[in-house]
Design a protein around this ligand. Structure first.
Ligand SMILES: Nc1ncnc2c1ncn2[C@@H]1O[C@H](COP(=O)(O)OP(=O)(O)OP(=O)(O)O)[C@@H](O)[C@H]1O
Ligand SMILES: [Mg+2]
Length: 481
């Protein structure tokens, strides 16, 4: 089924080669196709190397723009220049040497100039070669242009965490719903999706929705939330201690007092009593009380409404069998992050005790939780994500972080990003095109240019990193089912 398309050009190494195309193939052959190099020739083949085509180039030296040639002169007056000396080429990025038993291994032989190059066709299915010898799960995504070449992922690296990057409308949430969630389920993970705005997932998973305001916060998260709302209690330690004391037993207080005005009254009363009873120096006591009255102007009863849930996280995760979506709409960012903190802390504790959690936590709008420069409660959530990521590798927790950007203001905090070992890059934002940590820095070593990334259509992603059995990123896509 192999079709000869050209030969290897001068200057190849074991990891790079250029393909000179046979006549007229430039019309039909496109970048991202997979090819097989019979290294050394059709007979006496040293090894067979699987590679992907990138960076096409058309050359016609008669039409050089930097020097004046007769053909250029002819063309200026409307003539058609000769194509006799035209050369079309692609770079071949070697994925590896194909060996019968062990699948695809890194290539160590020099790729010999003149070696014939063949186009792989649908029936060849190189994805099966890639999966050989690895513990793979098959996705419903396929190599762009070859619907029958489903993409395998290496199951071992699922708990090494996943990032999905792409500008708005590039298809991240859809990719998650149609490809990633079914994949994670197939690999034996329970799936918990955090839907920040309640619009991306909630409408599609009826019967599996939990509302955020029903969920109970742990005391530390209540404290982070109040601290954030009350602007750090103006750095008054006595006041902070008083609040810390006053929220002890929060869950049971909240389940008894269901009215936020009454709860507010109760909380402020406890704080005041604590200050009066425990701060001995009169001047310190007075300044704490003064700050308390200022806090009352910032923190309102309606703010408490957001942290009055009673649904126990431990019970909720315990009962989770296949999939759950948390609808996070209707409360402020601080309250959303407060619940997230409680959830993450619970997972951390369980994992630290040595339990495998078998859980994939899907965090869409990830920069809300772990931004470039975390502020207030975001510092806690960023730190927490980093911690559960590190521990999760051994305890079967898979974090999926979804963001419109990679780095900088639109991206994910660098300390968290470093823990995401598999990446899907969709169409990128121009801010991510260049510079340190941007998509092109990740992908240009593989011949994928920023221009290509800026123009990707919705639903197309470069699949890179640990879960990809191919060491070279591949362009994949999917059909919304
Ligand atoms: N595989 C696909 N084929 C065709 N169209 C697609 C595909 N995937 C996504 N789309 C289109 O792209 C649109 C946006 O998808 P989606 O909501 O997943 O984007 P997003 O990257 O999550 O955007 P945002 O960052 O704004 O949340 C969809 O409404 C759909 O029309
Ligand atoms: Mg989205």
């Amino acid at each position: 089924m192999l079709k000869l398309i050209g030969r290897v050009a001068d200057g190849s190494t074991e990891t790079s080669a250029r393909l000179i195309l046979l006549k007229d193939l430039e019309r039909s052959l496109t970048a991202e196709e997979l090819v097989l190099i019979k290294n050394g020739g059709e007979q006496n083949t040293t090894n067979e190397i699987l590679g992907v085509l990138r960076e096409g180039l058309g050359k016609n030296e008669f039409l050089s723009i930097s020097s004046y040639k007769p053909d250029v002169a002819y063309m200026k007056y409307g003539g058609e220049p000769s194509s006799a000396r035209e050369i079309y080429s692609f770079s071949i990025r070697p994925i590896g040497a194909v060996s019968g038993d062990s699948g695809v291994e890194p290539n160590r032989s020099i790729i010999q100039p003149r070696s014939p190059v063949y186009l792989l066709e649908d029936a060849d299915n190189p994805m099966e070669w890639l999966a050989k010898g690895k513990d793979c799960v098959w996705t419903d995504a396929y190599l762009d242009g070859h619907e029958s070449w489903k993409i395998p992922v290496d199951k071992t690296y699922i708990p090494y965490h996943i990032a999905i990057y792409g500008s708005t409308g590039s298809g991240k949430s859809w990719f998650t719903r149609f490809i990633l969630v079914p994949l994670l389920r197939k690999a034996g993970y329970r799936v918990l999706i955090l839907d920040w705005s309640g619009t991306d997932y909630v409408p599609y998973y009826g019967g599996k929705i939990t509302t955020i305001s029903d969920i109970a916060l742990d005391e530390e998260s209540v404290m982070s939330y109040l601290k954030d709302k009350a602007k750090n209690f103006s750095k008054n330690m006595n006041l902070e201690n008083a609040f810390d004391e006053a929220i002890i037993g929060w869950e049971s207080t909240v389940s008894k007092i269901r009215d936020e005005e009454k709860l507010y009254y109760e909380l402020m009363n406890r704080v005041k009593e604590y200050i009066e009873g425990n701060v001995e120096r009169k001047d310190h006591q007075n300044s704490a009380l003064r700050e308390l009255s200022r806090v009352k102007r910032k923190l309102k009863p309606s703010d408490l409404k957001q942290i009055m849930g009673t649904k126990d996280i431990e019970e909720m995760i315990g009962k989770l069998e296949d999939l759950m979506v948390i609808d996070m709409s209707g409360v402020t960012s601080e309250a959303k992050l407060g619940i997230f903190l409680s959830l993450a802390r619970y997972l951390y504790d369980v994992m630290e005790r040595g339990t495998e959690v078998n859980l994939a936590l899907i965090i869409d709008e990830a920069p809300q939780y772990a931004p470039w420069e975390p502020k207030g409660i975001q510092s806690d959530t960023t730190e927490m994500i980093k911690n559960i990521a590190a521990l999760g590798r051994k305890r079967k927790l898979c974090l999926v972080l979804i963001a419109q950007g990679i780095k900088g203001e639109i991206g994910i905090n660098a300390s968290v990003r470093r823990n995401l070992n598999t990446q899907f890059f969709g169409r990128i934002h121009p801010l991510d095109a260049g510079g340190e940590g941007g998509a092109s820095e990740w992908l240009s070593p593989y011949g994928i240019t920023a221009d290509t990334l800026l123009q990707l259509k919705p639903g197309k992603f470069y699949f890179a990193g640990a879960m990809n059995p191919s060491p070279i990123p591949l362009l994949i896509t999917y059909k919304p089912g």
